[in-house]
Ligand binder design. Structure first.
Ligand code: RTP
Length: 170
């Protein structure tokens, strides 16, 4: 997750299937870009059940865990992204963002887990009303960011360090 507490700190941000379905990819990307954060990795994923379970392993004893995993991998979303041999695929976007305090600020920009508690102007507070369809995930600590970036991206080649031309002005 880069170097904690420096301008090379990194966080993991996922636009969940409902966020993708609702056309929020650009809005999320814009908010992070315009804030002054740097996109260092991004790809589409249709995760396996195993990967979704691994990502949310901390929640495995929660009553909503099976439906959460189902929704994140291949299950319960009421909409279709892509049809492949009649099989419905739910797609998410996973990304890594870099910059000063990006882990904590990313969570602030997302808003509270329950969109009904999320401040207006946050992503969830502006676009969502349901905790089970809260559009986006962001790492909640440096340790989570390290773990999640490692889980969703391969270190070799998928993360790119680069310098925006106007970097010194942010
Ligand atoms: P996330 O990991 O997705 O960023 O969310 P979070 O840290 O804000 O919240 P967490 O407690 O880790 O919960 C993970 C995701 O589980 C779903 N959830 N559903 N039905 C429910 O009561 C319930 N509670 C949580 C949400 O999609 C939440 O983002």
């Amino acid at each position: 997750a880069g170097v904690k507490g420096t301008d090379s700190e990194r966080t993991f941000i996922m636009i969940k299937p409902d966020g993708v379905q609702r056309g929020l990819i650009g809005k999320v990307v814009s908010r992070f870009e315009e804030r002054g954060y740097k996109l260092v990795a991004m790809k589409t994923v249709a995760p396996s059940k195993d990967l979704a379970e691994k990502h949310y392993a901390d929640l495995k004893n929660k009553p909503f865990f099976p439906s959460l995993v189902e929704y994140m991998s291949n299950g319960a979303a009421p909409v279709v992204v892509k049809e492949l041999s009649q099989e419905l695929i739910y797609m998410s976007i996973v990304s890594v963002w870099e910059g000063t305090d990006v882990i904590r600020q990313g969570r602030v920009m997302l808003g509270a887990t329950s969109p009904l508690d999320a401040a207006p102007g946050t992503i969830r507070g502006q676009y969502c009303v349901s905790i089970g369809r809260n559009a986006i995930h962001g790492s909640d600590s440096f340790e989570s960011a390290e773990k999640e970036i490692g889980m969703w991206f391969s270190a070799a080649g998928e993360l790119v360090s680069w310098e925006p031309a106007n970097w010194k002005w942010v």
